[in-house]
Design a protein around this ligand. Sequence first.
Ligand SMILES: [Zn+2]
Length: 284
Amino acid sequence: MRKSSIVRLTAAVLLFGALWIVHGQFGNAPAKLTTVKVKDDLYVIHNDFVPGNTTALITSEGVVLVDDKFEIDHAGIMAELKKITDKPIKYVVNTHHHADHSGGNAQMQKMDAQIIASEEARQNMVDSKQPGVPNVTFEHHAHIYLGGKHVELYHFGRAHTNGDVVVYFPADRTLAAGDMFTFGDATPELIDYSGGGSGKEWTKTLDGALQLDFDTVVPGHGVVTNKREMAKFRDSTQTLRNRVHEMLGQKKSRADIAQMLQKEFHWQQLHIDRGLDGAMAEMQ
Ligand SMILES: [Zn+2]
């Protein structure tokens, strides 16, 4: 193959890859959904590409859902749930305000579901004029009791955003972690400073969540995993902070730090655009 053909082919592959990412990540088209049974009464609905997770607890009185993806995925979520239960959705917890976790809120409210989030996440949705702002908020800790089952919600502090909530299912020893913890292909952490996130406080916030008594973890993005992997991720947040701090001390340039984050922490351009300046300001 001539060199110019190789260049053209490479460009085509890159463009296709970029379009695929846009398609999968930004809610322009419905994602292809698949449902995984995690426990007898607990299911996770994955997306086809960099899965953003929806968790469903099934009770005799209805469903507690964690995160409702983009609005365009609403019909898909309902179709997946129909395979599992004929009960209505009573509560939807948003782990944070990002539209790939809360975009279905308005549709869920039309079905009489209560939307619950941290006060901070709700405020972020109000500020960015997102539809379907939550009806119920809390500051640190809340409980849901439905159909004889118990769900605990915690807001331990800032991490991916300032409003990150984890959802704990004590009887199933399972935690839905939201984007405070992403896993596998979705590993790099996005510190959303414009959404109140903090790379500096992230570790402490994860420490709070790790004190809960669970084995199974549903990450915000990625396949269902375990507490050990979440603890490893926690350590990586500390390493990242130490590396940035150390390079700032050595008077390294922004470009050097960006390169280190790409190489060692697999940050993509999105992560650099939204997280680098904030991280450098915070990790001095
Ligand atoms: Zn997010």
